[in-house]
Ligand binder design. Structure first.
Ligand code: FES
Length: 171
């Protein structure tokens, strides 16, 4: 039984990963125009929310562009990352309307609750804390996004409830 696991599991997992990337890429025409869209969708599909060297080669090959072009786009675009991140990426809006509505207090509360600073990931790989630019809901500032979900009108108490809810989801 153990032998079957060691022989089958890595092969199976690699097949799953390659299929996933291939499936996502094939939704896009082979053009550089779709580079960011393809990278974002692929990155979101991965538990560690990062793009590996191997992924860069695969994407570059599919779109017919150089690997250095893919790397430069990842470096420039803050939503993309080559570093492994947590299961949940918390992005706190840092633009002026949110800043004027105490986003700094929200960020400090998150740092305190999670025990990390902006740009870091918790030891259990559950949360990564980042900044983001405007999320398009300035009338309900301060705001943040966790993966694809936006949270507005934030207060410290609201933050505590939200983080507690996400911690419960890992059980
Ligand atoms: S400035 Fe924060 S949502 Fe627009």
């Amino acid at each position: 039984m153990i032998l079957i696991f060691f022989v089958w599991s890595p092969f199976y997992q690699e097949q799953e990963k390659n299929m996933s990337l291939k499936t996502i890429l094939e939704k896009f025409p082979r053009s550089e125009t779709y580079l960011i869209s393809a990278l974002l969708e692929f990155q979101d599909s991965k538990p560690d929310h990062c793009i590996s060297d191997e992924d860069i080669c695969t994407v570059a090959d599919y779109l017919g562009i150089t690997e250095s072009k893919v790397c430069s786009v990842i470096s420039f675009y803050t939503l993309l990352s080559r570093q492994p991140r947590g299961k949940y990426i918390i992005r706190v809006c840092k633009d002026v309307p949110c800043f004027l509505n105490s986003s700094t207090t929200i960020l400090e509360a998150l740092e305190d609750i999670l025990g990390i600073h902006v740009g870091e990931t918790t030891e259990n790989r559950l949360f990564t804390l980042e900044y983001t630019s405007c999320l398009g809901c300035c009338n309900k500032a301060p705001a943040m996004m966790i993966n694809g979900t936006t949270y507005t009108d934030l207060t410290v108490n609201k933050i505590k409830t939200i983080i507690s809810d996400y911690k419960g989801r890992q059980l």
